[in-house]
Design a protein around this ligand. Structure first.
Ligand code: TXA
Ligand code: MG
Length: 316
């Protein structure tokens, strides 16, 4: 069984040692748990893709302890600098041109000339990254196409074996993946809405460009049917039909309610956990109450639309 490492000195030392020898360790962050591997070691990265059953063209986010370490790997435009200063550590990933001297292996970038970097706002993750001293590539610690994990127990469900360890940092405070912004000489482009509100970013650097449809191949855990429970998902439901369970929001109460008070941050934190709980009941359809697409609602509805999309085979 994949062992659980406590978030103490011994656990951090075991996690860092396992990563350094090229093994897979699940790590907590404030967004979701990541499946971490030393981003410099191509063989280890290959093992990660295999464990996740992730298509190889989907590049990984490299996690580092601070902005200075990030700037050693990638080229930061003035907009990227401003965002890093404003929001790191935090739920934001920057995609920037790779430096020739970057330590991150080609396979972790899926051969792209750019790379994705993030400094997570989680004390255990930062302690681990500082101890490692090398970039840790980590996609969300779910099998490809499945719901992202927001607790160590969720990681164990998808990876009962095969990991050197799962570093237990408790439940994730934000519960949605990071917002991804690409910064290059074209400007700043929103590639994925996430745990940092678009409005917060635009308050710092002005309006973001929107990624074109053709970029969904390059950008993306953006495969249409991502974040999918086993059950089908029906959106904007006001009540449950026969054979459905209802995931409520605000005044529309259901079998579970993402936030009875209509708080979008609470809803984000509970989204993946709630989908898992309802999915475990073995129902055919999860109906979801309407969620306003403002603030974090943009990222919540992005994930729900992917969960509701027609399913691709799991390996695609
Ligand atoms: O909150 C998060 O972002 C979590 C935690 C663990 O940090 N990670 C996460 O990773 O969600 P993942 O691999 O599930 O999603 C990363 C996304 C993918 O959609 C990938 O295609 C995109 O980042 N990405 C990575 N490198 C890229 C690049 N060079 N250009 C465009 N997109 C990139
Ligand atoms: Mg993912």
């Amino acid at each position: 069984m994949s062992p659980i490492f406590d978030a103490d000195e011994a656990g951090l030392a075991a996690a860092a040692a396992a990563l350094a020898r090229g093994a897979l360790v699940a790590i907590p962050t404030e967004t979701v748990y990541g499946l971490g591997v030393d981003a410099r070691q191509a063989k280890a990265v290959a093992a990660l893709y295999a464990a996740k059953q992730r298509p190889r063209f989907n590049p990984l986010i490299a996690h580092v302890a601070n902005a200075e370490a990030a700037r050693r790997e990638g080229v930061f435009t003035p907009a990227a600098q401003a965002l890093a200063e404003a929001f790191w550590p935090g739920p934001m990933t920057l995609v920037v041109p790779s430096r020739p001297e970057s330590q991150i292996c080609d396979l972790a970038r899926a051969g792209l000339p750019s790379l994705a970097l993030r400094v997570p706002a989680h004390s255990i993750a930062l302690a681990l990254l500082t101890r490692c001293g090398f970039p840790v590539a980590a996609p969300s610690a779910n099998r490809s196409g499945r719901i992202s994990p927001t607790s160590a127990a969720h990681v164990l469900q998808d990876f009962p074996s095969g990991l050197a360890g799962i570093l237990d940092g408790g439940p994730c405070a934000i519960g949605l993946e990071s917002t991804i912004v690409r910064c290059d000489d074209q400007g700043a482009t929103l590639l994925r809405p996430g745990g940092l509100k678009r409005a917060s970013i635009e308050a710092v650097i002005g309006p973001l460009l929107l990624a074109g449809a053709e970029e969904s191949v390059q950008a993306p855990g953006q495969l249409a049917s991502h974040y999918a429970p086993r059950a089908a998902v029906r959106l904007n439901a006001l009540s449950a039909a026969a054979g459905e369970v209802l995931l409520g929001f605000g005044a529309i109460d259901g079998d579970l309610n993402l936030s009875p008070s209509g708080d979008l941050a609470e809803a984000a934190a509970k989204l993946f956990q709630s989908l898992r709980v309802l999915d475990a009941r073995g129902v055919g359809i999860i109906a979801v109450a309407p969620i306003p697409e403002i603030g974090l609602g943009e990222a919540i509805m992005d994930r729900l639309r992917r969960a509701a999309a027609p399913r691709l085979p799991i390996s695609s």
